[in-house]
Design a protein around this ligand. Structure first.
Ligand SMILES: Cc1cc2nc3c(=O)[nH]c(=O)nc-3n(C[C@H](O)[C@H](O)[C@H](O)COP(=O)(O)OP(=O)(O)OC[C@H]3O[C@@H](n4cnc5c(N)ncnc54)[C@H](O)[C@@H]3O)c2cc1C
Ligand SMILES: NC(=O)c1ccc[n+]([C@@H]2O[C@H](COP(=O)([O-])OP(=O)(O)OC[C@H]3O[C@@H](n4cnc5c(N)ncnc54)[C@H](O)[C@@H]3O)[C@@H](O)[C@H]2O)c1
Length: 467
């Protein structure tokens, strides 16, 4: 069997792993990166997750009522394929041009704490390394519902991206980011979307006014919500799938069975650790299968680290990227970076317009018993922010939570055009200790979305007095 000995082995071409492989390779370490799938060169983000889905979201948002849905969707898919192909080639080139990095195609499996066997068809290779970085990500978690099995009509978030033709009726099961982003996107492409969700409320982690505004937006785009509902079966027939649901509170006139041309199961993800041989190597997993790590992302085996989704942290590409900084620092630097250093990590759900949040919202501040000030305005009412009116997208609201004692921002929700950008500015202000007053009095370009801060932060009132 062919053998390869390197300083650092990265398993999986995720965001953290590929960045780390390039950085270490350029700094004199020999590195091997193993990826099991040609279609995943570059990792989930560019192939099946962030980039292709946001490209489709963007295309869907630009469709007008008189544009033919099928033709528009086909064009959007072709554009997406073209983009992904380019990004994949670029990702391959970025590492193949680093001499110290060896790219290995195949499935890796631990056979000892510092050794993996890589299998590709009949080919086998042994790779040994003093440092190993597990970056295998997650895969869709299929729910335990009768009939919930992959088929031409029953999809997960990966296969639905290749559905053809555009489904006239799409039933989505779930209430997280994947469910909401695909619901909004397909509704705007022209599908009739029904979203079935277990909880009584959508976006239960958001303030009630934010969740209501998001639901109203999606309903305006044509999404029907069936809340407090459990899917009891999916029956896949040649001409249609039928999704049966049991609802907690019966409402007259609401169907219990939904016919669909396609079903999307958006019920979460599970770690890609099933067949990785972690137990053989003594690498401890938690009860859900995620690799257990310490604050510096070390596993139970010295010299073995886990970065990205597989370590059970927040599942965002930029968190995987930050994980690479911690492990790179540990392998090449002072080893002082930890996940505890992370302050104000923002997130965005890519609806149209996007819904972004950082830090505490009003509900969470109240739950902590904090007396806070809140500035909250509907986008349509913010006179000092004409950009949404210029663009013709005035849905949403902005809400900022401020500590009255320190004048520091504790959190913000921005549900508006440009929210995914504005939230980064607020997150930076939180990290840098910039006061709410400084943000209120900031000199911002005009017309822009940032200038909403001038007006929203001038309207602070005690949370107890806010609705
Ligand atoms: C539909 C969708 C949309 C998303 N949108 C966003 C977004 O807009 N913004 C955002 O920040 N996050 C988004 N996410 C989350 C984001 O995609 C993930 O957090 C991120 O891609 C995780 O990357 P990673 O570094 O953990 O590994 P991944 O990029 O998942 O890479 C893991 C790699 O390991 C390979 N692999 C697995 N097992 C083995 C093995 N045994 N041997 C060899 N190779 C192996 C896999 O093939 C894969 O290429 C989205 C997720 C989904 C599902
Ligand atoms: N824009 C972004 O940054 C972005 C976009 C997509 C995904 N992601 C990340 O990827 C990860 C996966 O997203 P996701 O939405 O798949 O997972 P999730 O865990 O966020 O949501 C899963 C949803 O499915 C529901 N669910 C689970 N089992 C069910 C069942 N049997 N029946 C009905 N409902 C069920 C849950 O209640 C939940 O609402 C998340 O961490 C998410 O943050 C991020």
């Amino acid at each position: 069997m062919e053998e390869l000995v390197v300083d650092v082995l990265v398993i999986g071409w995720g965001k953290g792993g590929k960045t780390l492989a390039g950085a270490l390779g350029r700094n004199g370490r020999t590195v091997a990166l193993v990826e099991r799938s040609r279609e995943m060169v570059g990792g989930s983000c560019i192939n099946i997750a962030c980039v292709p889905t946001k490209d489709l979201v963007e295309s869907a948002a630009h469709r007008r009522d008189d544009d033919d849905p099928q033709a528009w969707f086909a064009d959007a898919v072709a554009g997406r394929d073209n983009l992904v192909e380019k990004l994949r080639a670029r990702n391959h080139a970025m590492l193949s041009e680093v001499e110290a990095v060896t790219l290995v195609g195949g499935r890796a499996r631990f056979t000892a704490p510092h050794q993996v066997e890589v299998t590709a068809g009949d080919d086998r290779m042994l790779v040994r390394a003093a440092s190993i970085v597990v970056n295998t990500g997650t895969v869709p978690a299929w729910p335990d519902i009768p009939g919930a099995v992959p088929s031409a009509r029953v999809h997960d978030s990966t296969t639905i991206q290749h559905v053809s033709p555009l489904p006239e009726r799409l039933v989505i099961v779930g209430g997280g980011d994947v469910a909401l982003e695909f619901a909004d996107m397909f509704a705007q492409f022209g599908s009739r979307v029904t979203l079935v969700q277990r909880g009584a409320r959508v976006l239960r982690h958001e303030d009630a006014d934010v969740a209501d505004a998001a639901r109203e937006l999606l309903e305006e785009h044509g999404v029907e919500f069936i809340t407090g509902a459990a899917v009891t079966s999916i029956v896949d027939a040649p001409d249609r799938a039928t999704v049966a649901v049991a609802v907690a509170v019966a409402v007259d006139g609401v169907a219990r069975e939904f016919a669909a041309d396609a079903v999307l199961l958006a019920t979460g993800r599970r770690p890609a650790t099933d067949d990785l041989g972690l137990d053989v190597a003594g690498i401890v997993r938690d009860e859900r299968g995620y690799v257990v790590v310490d604050e510096r992302l070390g596993t139970s085996v010295e010299g073995v680290y886990a970065v990205g989704d597989v370590n059970g942290g927040p599942q965002f590409t930029y968190v995987s990227l930050d994980d690479h900084r911690i492990v790179t620092d540990r392998i090449m630097g002072a080893g002082r970076r930890t996940i505890v250093d992370r302050v104000a990590v923002p997130r965005t759900t890519f609806l149209t317009p996007p819904l972004a949040r950082v830090g505490l919202n009003v509900t969470q501040a109240r739950a902590q018993g904090r007396a806070v000030l809140v500035g909250s305005k509907r986008i349509a009412d913010i006179a000092a922010m004409p950009r949404p009116k210029i663009v013709g997208e005035t849905h949403g609201l902005i809400s900022v939570v401020v500590d009255p004692g320190t004048d520091l921002v504790l959190g913000a929700t921005v549900f508006s055009i440009d929210a995914h950008e504005v939230i980064n500015l607020i997150a930076l202000a939180m990290r840098a200790g910039v006061s709410a007053t400084a943000l209120r009095d900031g000199i911002w370009t005009h017309p822009s979305s940032t200038e909403a801060l001038n007006e929203v932060l001038a309207s602070l009132i005690p949370a107890s007095a806010a609705a």
